[in-house]
Ligand binder design. Structure first.
Ligand SMILES: *[C@@H]1O[C@H](CO)[C@@H](O)[C@H](O)[C@H]1NC(C)=O
Ligand SMILES: CC(=O)N[C@H]1CO[C@H](CO)[C@@H](O)[C@@H]1O
Length: 258
């Protein structure tokens, strides 16, 4: 009798749980919505976050029912690029205030990001990841990583919470997580299709494993819960980059267990 009651109770609890968590219309209420932190590095491909990648990540997270909070470090940008000329301009800008453009104003200082408040973390690409979140653009494999970026990546990793990265951002994981598997796409330029193919070699020399993937594909390192896709490392059509980022976000949400 007791056993019977317990199993009925278990079934009831299970049903209540699946009802709340798996029914799409409840996700919006935030009961079981995965809480995802997105870390930005400015606003614009050559000196900050790649805007289309950030937007694609936000669209796919929204469709996946995630609750998103955006963060950026409160530091000055390495430089400001006039994107119409591709040349550095004579001005200085702050990474947090530039990132706020993408976040429609709702952005938090990365120093305040605590792993306990989130189920997963995602880093879009753009040169900001290699210029402001790290010095990879200047120093390559000898790069330094912003101390809060280092703290949060190590904290999410330690907590077994998924870390999603795309484009150039996988170098951050390669630098900080020994032996991690990531992709930045192909390893040869192939006539300009993969203009930054040399990054794969840098990843290998950081002690990480590079896995060749196409732009619409994702690589999932299940052991480290690191999910990467090439995005704008590939010279291709925007919708293919959007799809690859979708596969990355899907992997992140799946591994978040929510
Ligand atoms: C800003 O983001 C936080 C965290 O995601 C959210 O709780 C809050 O409602 C947002 N505020 C506005 C004004 O959108
Ligand atoms: C002005 C400047 O160079 N800002 C920083 C951008 O990010 C890198 C990496 O964290 C720092 O070393 C720079 O100081």
């Amino acid at each position: 009798m007791f056993a019977f009651r317990t199993s009925v109770l278990k079934t009831a609890t299970y049903l209540a749980k699946t009802h709340v968590c798996n029914a799409g219309f409840h996700v919006g209420a935030g009961v079981c919505a995965p809480k995802v932190a997105v870390v930005l590095s400015g606003c614009g491909v050559f000196d900050g976050t790649e805007i289309h990648e950030a937007s694609a990540i936000l669209v796919h997270l929204s469709r996946g029912g995630a609750e998103v909070q955006m963060f950026a470090p409160d530091v000055s940008q390495m430089h400001v690029v006039d994107h119409s000329k591709g040349q550095p301009a004579e001005e200085s800008r702050n990474v947090l205030s530039e990132s706020a453009r993408i976040a429609r104003g709702n952005i938090t200082d990365l120093a305040k990001l605590s792993v306990s408040n989130h189920d997963a973390i995602v880093f879009p690409g753009g040169f900001g990841a290699a210029k402001n979140l790290s010095t990879f653009a200047v120093d390559g494999p000898d790069c330094k990583v912003n101390k809060d970026v280092e703290r949060v990546i190590k904290d999410f990793h330690k907590a077994g919470k998924p870390i999603g990265l795309c484009c150039i951002s996988p170098v951050l994981a390669a630098k900080l997580l020994p032996g991690v598997e990531v992709t930045v796409g192909h390893e040869e330029e192939e006539g300009g299709k993969w203009p930054y193919a040399g990054t794969a070699q840098a990843i290998t020399s950081l002690g990480a494993k590079h896995c060749v993937k196409d732009v619409t594909e994702v690589h999932i390192d299940h052991k480290n819960k690191v999910i990467t896709s090439p995005a704008f490392m590939c010279e291709t059509k925007l919708h293919l980059i959007f799809d690859g980022i979708g596969a990355m976000v899907k992997g992140v949400l799946k591994l978040s267990g929510k």
